[in-house]
Design a protein around this ligand. Sequence first.
Ligand SMILES: C[S@@+](CC[C@H](N)C(=O)[O-])C[C@H]1O[C@@H](n2cnc3c(N)ncnc32)[C@H](O)[C@@H]1O
Ligand code: SF4
Length: 458
Amino acid sequence: MFAKFKRLCESRLLSLLGYAMASFIPAVRRLEKYRNILIAAYCVNRGMIWARNNPIRVRLAPIATCNFRCLFCEIHRDNLLFPDRKPNAVTMKTIDNYATFLASAYTLSFFGGTAEPLLSRQFGAIVERLKSRYGIRMSVNTNASPLTPALSDILVNHGFDSMLISYHAGTLEGYRTLMTGKLEAVNRNISYLTQKKMEMGTAKPELVFNYAPQKRNADEYKAIFDNAKGLGVDRVFVSRYHGGRNALQDEDVDFEDDPEAGNAFLERAYAYAEEIGLPLTPVEPRYFKETSEVAWDAEDYDRSIKCYQPWTDLYLEPVLNAENSHYVRVCNRTTLFQMDFEKLDLSTQAGFDRVWNHPMMQYLRETVNSDAINPLCKYCKNPARREVRNRDHASYAILRDDVMAAFVEEFRAACPDFAEVDGLIVLDGHPYDEREYLRRTSGEAAPTPKPEAIKATS
Ligand SMILES: C[S@@+](CC[C@H](N)C(=O)[O-])C[C@H]1O[C@@H](n2cnc3c(N)ncnc32)[C@H](O)[C@@H]1O
Ligand code: SF4
């Protein structure tokens, strides 16, 4: 769907025709998302800074806490920075407040931050409401430990679309150590769900295990694959481990630093999956590459990348130190606002436009693909960014914090008189500040690597 949407966005004529067609789509709740897509393609093509469309892809964190402490997860950094985490559970009232844009979204992912979405007591009720009213496509990232039979029944009966289940170990001991939970209980939950699917003769929800191999869980692959097969899981996603601020940060676990061992592992794992007839994604192994050193050049960016996310995406992610709040983002780089969803009335289009078409959102749309590109998007499109992230987390995070601050400064200079909205805080910096993290972990002032001194490999 997104490839077709991109083609529509790139054609002046097709996007105009689509825009004209949008007005013939009857005003029926379940068709609203198609009208929205056509209007979005037109707004993207014309580079409209006031979006007449609403977001197409929404991410929503229904709660901000987690019951696990996986060693590889940045929950360790978050808990250090925000020891008094607020649950920020979304209620039906919040869903009603968000109805303006949920009604026209094509997809909704329950995802965001270091939290476990299924801990939300309202999760089943929210799914029932949104599926029956809008037929929105839904997915969730979960550790599956809070997946009760009652919730599974709701997910199957309402055709919930897909679940990405964190499953980074497959032995009882490996799971207990790495993911800090009980594998038997998780397997029981998954088994109930797959049996329910069979009973109902349905393929939904699609069940995918997420396995990010690194040296601490490389030996787990056979157990993970056997369990996937035995439990009737559709496939295993062999993802990439991201080093970061976690409980493994001081160990040498990342295959990125040892491509030969990583590639030998991938060969073994893919051969075993083929032997037992288990589908993996990607279908072919994504091999680790030998790297050579490059210097970070802050001015370098790929001008051919056209980014549409300020028109298409809205992420509402957990705020850990304030009640009833979500961070507002349009991608993984931008954290623009802290929004109080109790205070701010978003239930009308005019109310939602105070966020969606806030001057800062307009500034982002104006500059994301322009020659006068803003610092945040320039950093995002820098060809060395991923390599810096993989190689040198502290430098990466400090760069990220600095470009975020530079973006806000630039916006404030360009738009000094923008009106404050009660309940919507324009952030001045990244919430997970790396210097603060370093200060707390070292107990002293953090060293500040200079961007030009950062070495990455490509
Ligand atoms: C932070 S979790 C939150 C959702 C839920 N609690 C879960 O575990 O699925 C989001 C996703 O990131 C993955 N993840 C966490 N740490 C990771 C890391 N260091 N490298 C790669 N993936 C990671 C998890 O497996 C999960 O699929
Ligand atoms: S990966 Fe998911 S389950 Fe594990 S600690 Fe992080 S948020 Fe919790």
